[in-house]
Design a protein around this ligand. Structure first.
Ligand code: TRH
Length: 392
């Protein structure tokens, strides 16, 4: 939603350090676009890994990273060393506790009106999040105050990224564009009762067992697999050396179609087209919830000693299944745990599949509940402009 009270000249910047060749840029690129499009802000996005950024934003591949690149209202710049001398923005967002270059911090501290400094945190459904959301943390040396901003699932948090008009666009696609979209991917030849699945995941050693269950199962399954980390496991399970976009393999009741990695709007269409989505990390996990269809979440593997990773999964499971009928809740929990523990997929698939109708109804209700909250970019914009407007 546009906020007419916000000056058009306000400049924001987001610092994004790309972890593990790809992660985190998905959230930052989406936030940058939403701030520019829905809130009319001038947004600069600093990325330290240009090729990873260009996977999400293909026109950036042809740009000279040193010169930067403007697209969809966002100015993307390479975060290089030494960091260039640039006037800090009115609002400076460090994503996921990445460290802003010292020279830039000094420039922020030197401004007469200090920038609003935000640390945008990872998404978690854990209860402690609400208590830390918006917490202020003064810099130990410089006259700057950082505020923690937590995305989340209830009103005590900053909410979730949801662009204006997203759900209307989803519904229009389902009523109008889906059949054509599927036909362009060979979907016009699908059995009428096929279960359409999208598969975006980290490595999954237990995948062969699940693919075998799909191959021999009572209902045809069509798995649409975008190019990415899980593709090696899909290939091995199907006895292939490798797979690339455009490949299509039929075995028993299973068809596997490999798709090219698309831009973010293209990925939304994939989620909207399918009956069941396997998603991972943070951004695709949220998009699956806006798709309002059943999904399976693979949490980012941290191999942590203290179980933080499992706590995060349990916290979301508890929220998501709180008002779900016990049989469907158990089936979902068993299958999600199997997916994350990489064992038992074939064992838990039949109950999960049998509960898909109940899970589909639940996904719609859950999406409606989330939609009642303000979206993250709107809440963040208001929070920052309230600080900017307050006497300091
Ligand atoms: O990249 P990820 O694994 O991200 C993760 C999380 O952010 C996690 O919290 C972090 O710690 C870790 O990185 C390092 O998964 P995620 O968040 O779903 O991001 C993937 C992005 O890719 C998302 O924006 C959707 C997008 N995408 C496309 O644009 N096109 C595609 O074809 C596909 C499959 C995905």
């Amino acid at each position: 939603m546009e906020n007419a009270s916000i000056p058009l000249t306000s400049q924001w910047e987001i610092f994004c350090q790309v972890v593990d060749n790809f992660g985190d840029i998905g959230v930052c690129w989406r936030l940058a676009r939403d701030l520019a499009a829905s809130h009319r802000l001038r947004v600069r996005l600093w990325v330290d890994d240009w090729p990873s950024f260009a996977r999400l934003c293909p026109p950036a591949a042809a740009a000279d990273p040193a010169e930067g690149f403007a697209h969809l209202g966002v100015e993307a710049r390479l975060w290089c060393k030494p960091f260039p001398h640039v006037e800090p923005a009115d609002v400076v967002i460090e994503a996921f506790a990445c460290e802003i270059p010292e020279s830039h911090l000094q420039a922020m501290a030197a401004r007469a009106v200090k920038p609003v400094w935000i640390n945008l945190e990872y998404l978690s459904a854990e209860d402690w999040v609400g208590g830390c959301h918006r917490m202020a943390s003064p810099h130990p040396r410089l006259p700057l105050v950082k505020h923690f901003y937590f995305p989340g699932f209830d009103a005590t948090t900053g909410g979730l990224l949801r662009e204006a008009g997203l759900l209307a666009e989803r519904d229009a696609f389902r009523h109008g564009g889906r059949a054509q979209w599927l036909a362009a991917r060979g979907g016009d030849a699908l059995p009428a009762d096929a279960l359409l699945v999208s598969l975006f995941a980290y490595e999954q050693p237990d995948l062969p067992a699940l693919l075998r269950a799909w191959e021999r199962g009572p209902r045809p399954v069509v798995a649409l697999v975008p190019e990415g980390r899980v593709l090696g496991d899909v290939a091995r399970a199907l006895g292939r050396l490798d797979l690339t976009a455009g490949d299509r393999i039929e075995t028993g009741r299973l068809s596997v179609v490999v798709l090219p990695f698309s831009d973010q709007p293209g990925y939304d269409r994939l989620l909207w087209a399918c009956d069941l989505n396997f998603v991972r990390g943070e951004d695709s996990f949220v998009r699956a919830q806006w798709a309002a269809t059943p999904f399976v979440w693979q949490i980012y593997p941290q191999h942590d000693q203290d179980g933080a990773h499992r706590d995060k999964l349990e916290a979301f499971l508890a929220r998501y299944t709180a008002v779900l009928e016990p049989r469907a809740a158990q089936a979902l929990r068993d299958f999600w745990l199997a997916w994350n523990e990489e064992a038992g997929l074939a064992e838990y698939w039949p109950a999960f599949a049998a509960n898909l109708p109940a899970l589909a109804e639940h996904a719609v209700r859950w999406c409606e509940e989330l939609t009642a909250q303000p979206d993250l970019a709107t809440g963040l914009t208001k929070f920052c402009f309230d600080i900017l407007a307050a006497p300091r």
